[in-house]
Design a protein around this ligand. Structure first.
Ligand code: SF4
Length: 431
């Protein structure tokens, strides 16, 4: 979601005449897009803000913007007090405060100097404000398309509803126009985003849903792949699963966080399902979409999580054999129910130990799962190069590296797998 917001803002800034630089010391304007979903991420922001403070002391003309979850919907006044050297604050997915700031602080003089009339300057600024997040930069093959903003659930550990606001779906026409434009710019794959993406449309007048939207997007010529994340076990319908199974552009890859494998912990998290519900759903996914890859999120060390309860999560990991697990150690987030009402009583040492246990098991699972792909030829959509080697992903979201002298960016290449590791595959291009 943050990456989508950053790309959108970059497009808007380019519309009003900015050029990007990879060197912060060369910049007139630096925008820090922030994530505070975990304490570790928040700590990184403080480090970056400290460096920017030093940069501003050396160059008082530097303008600094702070955007994203740290700013949230209401935090700007307190942050202004705490970080007086930051010039402008923007909530997630809303760059208007920055565009207004630039307009009113003579930042757009260059545009005026280009002999634009006041009227056309105003038009340009308005264009930037209205710009859909369509313009792509660099060699992007995949575009992130937010379709549901915010979240109205109240998982007790989660800060997102406080920072990204209530859930709201974007209008279908806006999404379809955006994707058609992206495809005309060379995009081959779209990733539809939402905190609970399968709730798409529940707030729309005509009750469009994700299944319907996937079918509409599937009709767009030139688009090769469609992915979506993140799902919630309570909102993953049979209809949606059948749609994923039927449409050949929709990747058979499901991101469905379980968070814990013990019912008491799930109740304390207010996730709204049981482990039994979750296991039934996994079986259903595998029946309706044979071979589907399934990723999940797990939090270890939630307040009150006993060793036995953690071992239930460990057992679930062994039984389900996920394709990827995003594991996080629980950390208190301001204002959340868990922070206000529960005792963060699992030591950091124990949290680290639990994370390592899951990591090790998952490592073994992926080792033999990926080995089963040895000798197979897979279709890989080529995303870019790393250390002179092409890489891309399969429909099942497996990362594949291979050597080839041709320029294959954005091509779908058949690659025969000759080496595997738990986290990637290596092969030879066949076409
Ligand atoms: S569903 Fe729960 S974990 Fe996901 S964004 Fe909403 S509140 Fe947070």
């Amino acid at each position: 979601m943050n990456e989508a917001d950053s790309r959108h803002l970059a497009s808007q800034l380019e519309t009003i005449g900015f050029e990007s630089t990879t060197e912060p010391k060369d910049a007139d304007l630096v925008v820090l897009n922030t994530c505070v979903v975990r304490q570790q991420a928040e700590n990184k922001i403080y480090g970056r803000l400290g460096s920017l403070k030093t940069a501003k002391e050396k160059n008082p003309d530097l303008t600094i913007g702070l955007m994203g979850c740290m700013v949230g919907m209401k935090e700007a006044p307190a942050l202004k007090h705490r970080f007086p050297y930051v010039d402008v604050f923007m909530p997630p997915s809303d760059s208007t405060p920055l565009i207004d700031y630039l307009e009113h602080n003579n930042f757009l003089d260059d545009l005026r100097n280009q002999e634009q009339t006041e009227r056309s300057l105003r038009d340009t600024i308005q264009d930037a404000k209205n710009l859909l997040p369509i313009a792509q930069r660099g060699n992007a093959i995949t575009a992130f398309v937010p379709i549901v903003l915010g979240c109205s659930h109240a998982c007790t550990f989660c800060i997102i509803p406080y920072r990204r606001g209530v859930e709201r779906s974007r209008l279908p026409n806006e999404i379809l126009t955006e994707i058609r434009t992206l495809v005309s710019q060379g995009i081959k794959e779209v990733m539809l985003l939402g905190q609970i993406v399968d709730r798409y449309g529940t707030d729309l007048e005509n009750n469009e849903n994700l299944s319907w939207l996937l079918r509409e997007i599937h009709k767009i010529d030139g688009l090769e792949r469609i992915r979506f994340l993140t799902s919630h076990p309570n909102w993953m319908t049979d209809d949606l699963l059948h749609t994923v199974g039927e449409l050949d552009k929709v990747c058979p890859h499901i991101e469905i966080p379980v968070q814990a494998g013990n019912n008491e912990v799930l109740t304390n998290m207010r996730r709204g399902y049981t482990c039994e519900n979750y296991r039934i759903l996994i079986n259903k996914i595998r029946n309706i979409i044979p071979g589907a890859t399934i990723n999940t999120d797990i939090i270890v060390g939630f307040p009150g999580e006993s060793h036995e309860q953690f071992m239930d999560t460990h057992q679930l990991v062994k039984d389900v054999e996920f394709d990827k697990i995003h594991i996080s150690k629980y950390s208190m987030r301001p204002k959340t129910i868990a922070t206000r009402k529960m005792n963060d009583n699992v030591t950091d040492e124990e949290k680290t130990e639990r994370r390592n246990v899951i990591d090790e098991t998952q490592h073994e699972i992926l080792e033999y799962k990926n080995k089963s792909l040895l000798g197979q030829t897979l279709n890989v959509l080529v995303e870019n190069k790393k250390k002179d080697r092409w890489f891309g992903r399969t429909m099942h979201n497996k990362l594949v590296f291979f050597d080839d002298d041709r320029n294959l960016l954005g091509e779908t290449i058949r690659v025969k797998i000759n080496k595997t590791s738990p986290y990637s595959l290596i092969g030879d291009s066949m076409n």
